[in-house]
Design a protein around this ligand. Structure first.
Ligand code: NAD
Length: 489
């Protein structure tokens, strides 16, 4: 069924939000934002100039220093207002996401509206928590009392990847504002439009000026933002390569960084896993959003005794995972973000096949007149040392790797530069015993479980720092020790 949202006319915004005002970008470069399903241009806009980057950071600094922003109730109110804005404008914002990212409408509604609303409401409650901790009296000398206090980090540069723009808006702004920070948000130049619409709605909501600023641009604007002397903390979501650059840019000012980077996550199917019941969800989890998900479990580890069975079920599964028009409510995957990105993904598959691998299920492109579509594919007859098993494709392509023993499966799972997430399928008690041996930030057992109190983040090259929940607030806090002398008892 085609969603009625497909006929909604989205009033695109070309305006940045700086110090409570909507302004056009004045930078030298234009961004052209396209619809990956139709290949048409949605809108063009000017990037922020370096002056505007400075204005946004200075506005965030003033808001941070203001007495009003020290009020926890106000911070809670702002976060709840943001959640309400998403709820009240769910249709418009969902439509914007489908247009600019190509995310299927059902998934867009769930992960880009529903989940951000839930996260922002959870952050609103966390904004009220006083985390200061009394250490109590120590005999000394001198006799003293002391407290561990937590102070907001300051001005946050929040930088988002293109695949789930409103979700990252909620995780970054949610954690930062709950902690008492203020922010300058930089969306991806590939998908800035839903965030700019959200910025326009925020501006109309009569919130304190400068607490949230939104600018747009590419690498140059990102560099200007992350090296600005008044930025205290950088919260970045994106690729390992750009994450490294961001860390280097942060180094001269010794800015705090949280990096949410890529992954090559394993799905470990234990020997007792119910292959018939789970195969479709194992594939759906990484085919969804055309594979453009950081935690996509694209390395599937199957016991050798179940391997043929798994391939049979996989062929059925790929036949029923629908790839096509993102406005179709039954579609699992729409197009990928761009022509270049599709070529990049197809290049990985072609090189794997050249090296002796085989597409054992799915593959190719769907029959669509236009758009950057790509079918889900499962590649077999490769090892965990092959390029396609080691690098993040950010596309709907999995590899299947047989194992002989569970210890060997764990070794394969951990043999990766990444450490973002893993899923274990099989007996829940056995899976829980294995979970701590996986060098990843998130372990899901028997399927993906959304929680607003999760601490998302990676081991190894998948990044540093945590997002969402209590840890997602602590990421934006500095620890402070305060001590004073006490009279002798
Ligand atoms: P990207 O690294 O190309 O871009 C991310 C952001 O960085 C963009 O907003 C871009 O404008 C900005 N940027 C570019 N150069 C910069 C610079 N020098 N300084 C500051 N900012 C700069 O990533 P992408 O293609 O948008 O997203 C895909 C990647 O993001 C994948 O690797 C994916 O795994 C990762 N990702 C990670 C998570 C997570 O939570 N771990 C979530 C989603 C996506």
């Amino acid at each position: 069924m085609i969603s009625p949202l497909s006929s909604l006319t989205v009033p695109w915004s070309q305006e940045l939000l700086i110090d409570g005002d909507l302004v056009r970008g004045e930078g030298p470069d234009h961004l052209v934002v396209g619809d990956p399903a139709t290949e048409e241009t949605l809108t063009e806009l000017r990037e922020a100039s370096s002056d505007q980057v400075g204005q946004a950071v200075e506005a965030a600094r003033r808001a941070f220093e203001s007495d009003t922003w020290k009020d926890r109730e106000l911070r809670r109110h702002v976060l709840l207002t943001m959640a309400n804005i998403l709820e009240e404008n769910a249709e418009l914002l969902t439509a914007a996401i489908v247009h600019e990212v190509g995310t299927p409408v059902t998934l867009a509604r769930l992960l880009q509206i529903g989940e951000p609303i839930a996260l922002l409401r959870a952050f609103a409650d966390l904004a009220l928590v006083n985390r200061d901790r009394s250490l109590g009296v120590a005999d000394g000398p001198p006799r003293s009392d002391a407290v561990i206090a937590y102070q907001p980090s300051g001005v946050v540069a929040a930088i988002a990847a293109y695949n789930y723009p409103l979700l990252f808006t909620a995780t970054k702004l949610g954690g930062a504002l709950a902690a008492g920070c203020t922010a300058v948000l930089l969306p991806s130049p590939q998908a800035p439009l839903s965030i700019l619409l959200f910025a326009r709605l925020l501006q109309q909501a009569d919130l304190p000026r400068g607490v949230v600023n939104v600018i747009v641009g590419g690498a140059g604007v990102g560099q200007a933002l992350t090296t600005h002397s008044d930025v205290d903390k950088i919260s970045f979501t994106g690729s390992v390569g750009v994450g490294r650059q961001v860390m280097a840019q942060a180094a001269s000012g010794l800015k705090r960084v949280a990096l949410e980077l890529g992954g090559k996550s394993p799905s470990l199917l234990l020997p007792d896993a119910d292959i018939d019941a789970i195969t479709e969800q194992v594939h759906a989890r990484y085919v969804r959003n055309a594979g453009q998900g950081c935690s996509s479990p694209t390395r599937i580890l199957v016991h050798e005794s179940r391997y043929d069975d798994f391939l049979d079920r996989s062929r059925d599964a790929f036949a029923s995972l629908k790839v096509g028009d993102p406005w179709d409510t039954t579609v699992v995957a729409g197009p990928v973000i761009s022509e270049q990105h599709r070529e990049r993904i197809e290049g990985y598959v072609a090189r794997a096949v050249d090296a002796g691998g085989k597409v054992v299920a799915g593959g190719g492109r769907p029959d669509m007149p236009r758009g950057w579509y790509l079918n889900g594919a499962l590649v077999g007859e490769v090892t965990n040392k092959s390029e396609i098993a080691r690098e993040e494709l950010f596309g709907p392509v999995g590899v299947v790797l047989p194992y002989r023993t569970v210890d060997e499966a764990l070794a394969i799972a951990n043999d990766s530069d990444f450490g973002l997430a893993a899923t274990i399928y099989g007996d829940s008690v056995a899976a829980r015993e294995l979970a701590p041996r996986l060098r990843v930030g998130t372990v899901m057992i028997n399927g993906w479980i959304p929680r607003q109190d999760k601490a998302g983040g990676g081991f190894k090259m998948s990044g540093m720092g945590r997002e969402i929940g209590e840890e997602g607030v602590r990421e934006f806090l500095e620890t402070q020790f305060i001590a004073w002398p006490e009279p002798q008892a």
